[in-house]
Design a protein around this ligand. Structure first.
Ligand code: SF4
Length: 313
C-alpha cells in the first residue's frame, strides 16, 4: 500500500534549516506496513537545503503567494510548475493516503498562517502543495502528522487508508456487482461505527445497482464511503455496534457469559477500558461459534494488531 508523506517526517534533512522532523511512529511502526512515497516539494522544485524560510502572503486564502521571509522573493511560480508535474506523476502511483507535515506553507493541510503584505498573520489556509493535492485527489485519505498524535484520529486515519486500499483493489481487480455486495457486507459494522444512517443510505445504493448503471453507482458509492469514513466514530456509536454484534450470540452464550460481555461493554461505555477489550471477546466468540459473517467483518480487524491502535481508544 503506497502512502505519500512529507519527506522530512521520515528523518530526511530537507527542511529550510537543513534539519528533519522525524516522526518515529510513522517511520518505525506504520512504516512496517506501508510503502512510503516521500516527497519534499520545496527541495524538489529546485530550492536549496538549507534555504531561506518562507511563508504564505495574501488576502485570498485560496491563492496566497509563497514568499521568502527576509528577501521577499516570490517562489509561487516555481512551486506551481513543480506541483502540476508532480501531481501527474502521483496520479500513476495509486496512493492510498498522504501524511502532510503540519503548519508548513507548502505541505501543511490546514490552519497554516497566511500573512498580510505588512507581515501580520491575518488568516489561515492550506500549504500550496497540500491544497493542490487535495483538490486533485479529493477521495484519497489525508491527515497531518500533528493531528495523528491524537489516538482517535490516528486510529480513524489508518482504518481509512486500509478501507480505501481494499476499495481500489476491488475496483482494479473485480468491479462486479457481486464484488460490490461483498465489499459492502464486509464493511457493514465498520460503516455503522461512523454513521448508521449513512450505512442505510449506501445499502439502498448497492441494492439499486445493476449492469447498466454500475459505473455511475460505483463513483457515488466511493464518494459516500469516503464521507462516512470522514465522520468521527464515538464511544456511543461503537457501543451500538458492539451490541449488534453481541446479538449474534443470543442463543449460544449462557447467562453468566452474557452478563460478563454486557459488563465489559458497559465498562467501555464508561471509558474505563479501551475498545480492544470487548472486541477481543467478541472475536473469540465469533471464532468459537463459527459466525462466518462476523469473521469476515473488517470492523473486527480493520488494521494490523501490531499497531496497537485500539489499545488507546
Ligand atoms: S514540510 Fe514539506 S516542504 Fe517543508 S521540508 Fe518537509 S517535506 Fe519539505
Amino acid at each position: 500500500m503506497k502512502i505519500g508523506i512529507s519527506s522530512c517526517l521520515l528523518g530526511n534533512k530537507v527542511r529550510y534549516d537543513g534539519q528533519h522532523k522525524l516522526d518515529r511512529f510513522l517511520r518505525d511502526e506504520l512504516g512496517d506496513f506501508v510503502d512510503w512515497v516521500p516527497l519534499c516539494p520545496e527541495m524538489e522544485c529546485g530550492l536549496p537545503v538549507p534555504r531561506e524560510a518562507m511563508r504564505l502572503v495574501g488576502d485570498d486564502p485560496e491563492s496566497p503567494r509563497l514568499m521568502t521571509n527576509k528577501t521577499f522573493q516570490d517562489k509561487t511560480g516555481q512551486m506551481e510548475s513543480y506541483i502540476s508535474e508532480k501531481l501527474e506523476e502521483l496520479e500513476r502511483e495509486g496512493l492510498r493516503g498522504f501524511i502532510f507535515k503540519a503548519k508548513s506553507p507548502t505541505s501543511g493541510m490546514r490552519g497554516v498562517k497566511i500573512y498580510t503584505e505588512a507581515g501580520m498573520p491575518s488568516r489561515r489556509g492550506s500549504g500550496i502543495f497540500a491544497r493542490e493535492f487535495m483538490k486533485r485527489f479529493p477521495n484519497i485519505p489525508v491527515e497531518d502528522e500533528g493531528r495523528l498524535h491524537d489516538p482517535g484520529i490516528r486510529e480513524n486515519f489508518i482504518e481509512k487508508i486500509y478501507v480505501y486500499d481494499r476499495w481500489l483493489n476491488y475496483l482494479n481487480e473485480d468491479k462486479s456487482i457481486s464484488g460490490l455486495m461483498k465489499f459492502h457486507a464486509q464493511h457493514k459494522y465498520l460503516m455503522m461505527s461512523h454513521s448508521p444512517a449513512m450505512l442505510k443510505e449506501v445499502g439502498k445504493l448497492v441494492a439499486a445497482t445493476d449492469k447498466k448503471n454500475l459505473d455511475q453507482k460505483l463513483k457515488t458509492y466511493e464518494e459516500k464511503l469516503i464521507n462516512i469514513l470522514n465522520l468521527k466514530t464515538t464511544v456511543k456509536k461503537h457501543v451500538n455496534v458492539l451490541q449488534h454484534i453481541m446479538g449474534y450470540f443470543k442463543k449460544q452464550l449462557n447467562p453468566d457469559e452474557k452478563q460478563e460481555l454486557l459488563d465489559i461493554i458497559d465498562k467501555y461505555h464508561r471509558e474505563l477500558i479501551p475498545i480492544v477489550v470487548p472486541l477481543v471477546l467478541l472475536q473469540h466468540y465469533a471464532r468459537k461459534y463459527k459466525e462466518t459473517y462476523l469473521l469476515e467483518q473488517w470492523y473486527l480487524h480493520p488494521h494490523p494488531d501490531e499497531l496497537k491502535l485500539r489499545n488507546h481508544v
